[in-house]
Design a protein around this ligand. Structure first.
Ligand SMILES: *Cc1c(COP(=O)(O)O)cnc(C)c1O
Length: 378
């Protein structure tokens, strides 16, 4: 006998208070959206060149400075397009001649591909490791001026401790799913970039980059050079606009507003340490549950490399697809694995906005669904 997974009803007392466990776009808190509705009359639909929006951008920049504990001289730079656009901007405006990439999943490979395709750059040096692991950081290769790291590989649920490799290359970190939920030390990094739809519970379409003084110097140096760059991808133009609390072209004001609300929430509750405490609590529960489960196990075998913000859980004896269908029928969504990884796996976003108690409830829901599914086939 087989059971239609979409017909499974999870008992009410097992359900989480919010069923959004995706890895981006991810859960937006209700308070952010209520505040947005209230901001309609004085912010939405007004000029991004006037004080209300400029104050908002300034407050985002100051808030991130505080959240990350940046030294004086660092700048938060922002522009339209998301982290994917930042890769293209970086091939124009950060890499002088050659970059080195540590590749361990879909996202880290995309920046390496962008650099390899850029006709004005030398062939990148690429160090790879299997999905579910990350490569060890080596001394920077000769001729490399930019090292690309990924704080959290969202496609596999592997996170990497950030430390500056030997050598004087700029260290440029894709922190898209990590920023705001994992620890890092600014001295180990020059550029820490991300989009707001992951830990910052916002919407996509924007990139933000914390830039050290050395990174700003590189941006200005390349900006002065005769390298051609489309203006919308020009980091020197983005930097100039950002320090004036503006963007080169019109940003989505609602996106900025949601981001700002989340930064305030993070700071008001205790800052990055508080956020990290939440993601650690959520992920400790998820991995302990999986290790104790007869049918689930953490995909990342080295506990030191297991992400606190994106948990990947392999299933045996039950189809992850059926589990996801049953969860979705009960308004628990986006627990699907990264498609291209091709594993029988669940992937759970545990960003700071997600309640740790909801992760605990989620595991009870999965147990319930798997119980019904396996009973039917037994
Ligand atoms: C989501 C993600 C991206 C892509 O972000 P976009 O805003 O869609 O461009 C890049 N890198 C990582 C690590 C991500 O998680």
């Amino acid at each position: 006998m087989t059971v239609d997974p979409s017909s499974i009803t999870i008992p009410h007392e097992l359900l989480p208070t919010d069923g959004r466990f995706g890895c981006g776009p991810s859960k937006v808190r209700a308070d952010q959206v209520l505040a947005l509705a209230k901001a309609n009359s004085n912010l939405l639909g007004t000029s991004h060149r006037q004080p209300p929006v400029k104050h908002l951008v300034g407050s985002i920049r100051e808030g991130l400075h505080e959240l990350f504990g940046l030294r004086k001289g660092w700048e938060i730079v922002l522009g339209n397009g998301g982290a994917t656009t930042f890769w293209d901007a970086a091939t124009f405006g950060l890499v002088r001649e050659r970059s080195q990439h540590y590749v361990f999943g879909e996202f880290s490979s995309k920046f390496a591909d962008a650099a390899a395709a850029a006709p004005h750059l030398g062939d990148p040096v690429v160090t790879r490791s299997d999905p579910g692991t990350h490569p060890a950081i080596e001394a920077t290769a000769d001729g490399v001026d930019t090292v690309a790291l990924t704080h959290n590989e969202t496609s596999t649920g592997v996170s990497m401790h950030l430390s500056r490799p030997e050598g004087d290359a700029l260290v440029v970190v894709d922190a898209t799913s990590a920023a705001g939920g994992l620890p890092w030390l600014p001295d180990e990094v020059d550029v820490y970039y991300f989009s707001p739809q992951k830990c910052f519970a916002g919407d996509g379409g924007l990139w933000l980059a914390a830039c050290s003084p050395d990174a700003q110097e590189r941006i200005r140096e390349i900006g002065r050079s005769d390298r051609w760059c489309p203006a919308s991808l020009d980091l020197s133009i983005a930097l100039e606009n950002s320090v004036a609390n503006q963007t080169y072209n019109t940003p989505a004001l609602a996106t900025l507003f949601l981001l700002h609300e989340q930064i305030r929430w993070m700071l008001d509750n205790g800052g990055l340490d508080w956020c990290i405490g939440r993601t650690r609590e959520s992920s400790a529960h998820l991995y302990e549950w999986a290790e104790a489960s007869p049918y689930a196990s953490p995909f990342v075998s080295n506990p030191m490399q297991r992400s606190a913000v994106v948990g990947t859980i392999d299933l045996t004896g039950v189809e992850a697809h059926d589990v996801n269908v049953a969860l979705r029928a009960n308004h628990i969504v986006d627990t699907d694995s990264y498609r291209k990884l091709g594993r029988n796996q669940l992937r759970i976003g545990m960003f700071p906005a997600v309640e740790p108690d909801d992760v605990a409830q989620l595991t009870k829901c999965i147990d319930h669904v798997v119980g019904v599914l396996t009973e039917a086939t037994a």
